[in-house]
Ligand binder design. Sequence first.
Ligand code: PGA
Length: 255
Amino acid sequence: MTAPRKPILAGNWKMNHGPSQAARFFADFLNLAEPGDDRTIAFFPPAISFAAAREALQGRPDVRLGVQNVYWEESGAFTGELSVGMAKDAGAELVLVGHSERRHVFGETSEETARKVRAVLDAGLVPVLCVGETIDERRAERAEAVVAEQLAPVLEIVRADEVGELVIAYEPVWAIGTGVTATPDDARTMHAAVRERLRAAYGAEAADAVPILYGGSVKPDNAAELMSQPGVDGVLVGGASLDAAGFARIVKAAG
Ligand code: PGA
């Protein structure tokens, strides 16, 4: 029996919205999105805008914050990096791990991604693990195999008693920032394949607690249809999360 999973509407701002823009965004967004406990809203601002976002969200515990990346070491000589402990201290509840831009622009491997997931879980935060194939891999009919390869090192290090803390986001690389969305069928099929992997690793009960989000050119106009697919538990939104009115419409699309 599948436990009901609350929809998650997450906005990944990437390298957009500095501190003053973040404050302006939330001034608008909080007026448009009523507090509600039937869904989870989360934003991943750039680390430098985190404090401004947190300040703007005082009194709105229904809106969570996360960081876009972390390093697995706790502290030390790692210029430019951010530890999970620091993210937690700043008020982060979630961490994006293995986003396609980390993998493809910055060369992060699935093994490194797994180490980050481990560090995030050890700190008691929620890893949002991103997986997804490129267009060449899809054309070569390797989409499910590639996603399975990306999942494998993570499933090896996450125990059954903690997998309920994990969130997975399926984000086909060819759909990110391109305006091309996966069809509802593609999304449903891949979400089912990921769920099967989780069940094989952890058993149905533990596996079915894991929310699986879709990401890649989600817009106010296609969010409802994507989220109506069985097994699509919410969305991870890039470009369309930068606009307060647009993202508020996506939140409403969750029902
Ligand atoms: P997009 O990005 O919505 O701009 O396609 C999604 C993501 O990268 O998380």
